[in-house]
Design a protein. Sequence first.
Length: 215
Amino acid sequence: MRSPTPRRRMRTSKDAGRPVRRSCWWSSRTMSDDSILYEVRGGVAHVTLNRPDAANAFDLEFVRAFHRVMIDCDKNKAVRAVLLTGAGKMFSAGGDLKFFLQAGDRVASVLAEMTTSLHTAVAMMNRMDAPVVVAVNGMAAGGGMSLALTGDVVFAAESARFTMAYTAGGLSPDGSSTWFLPRLVGFRRAKELALTNRMLGAAEALELGIVDRVV
């Protein structure tokens, strides 16, 4: 049996976030941040992870841009639904390990800012009034899988693959994956997936309740 998805909390005036760029709220044009494309059409906010040459991996600017976009989606009354997907052949490989290496001595502070912004964005995705639809194309690994788990409805291409991936890089799971995954697949199975980084195909992800439909 699929574990029930946790109920979404209603947005309150205490919800925190960075100041938004108000010019984006009602725009039907793409935002200028190259790493995240954002466009509102017909009440649907189209959000595209746009670093295809880097497997849509998360670096600092990527996470900052994603945070700003989620603020817009949360506050924009014209947004009736959110559609999240990835550009290119992969949904997202999660954290950009090359970027972390290049950060050198600043890596601790960089990671602190990234995780704070990412977790705030994920909380907004979970609380916002508009339903969030995630369309997974190709690989969703680490933080990419965490984003997929956050969706209210998740579609997966037949080519989609899912892996927690964190422990393989010596990292602990983040992006609220340890909250959502046990509630979707059960505590024991969640531990197995987190510790082994086993790769799931689209069919098994559907069977486990991680995705709602394979298309």
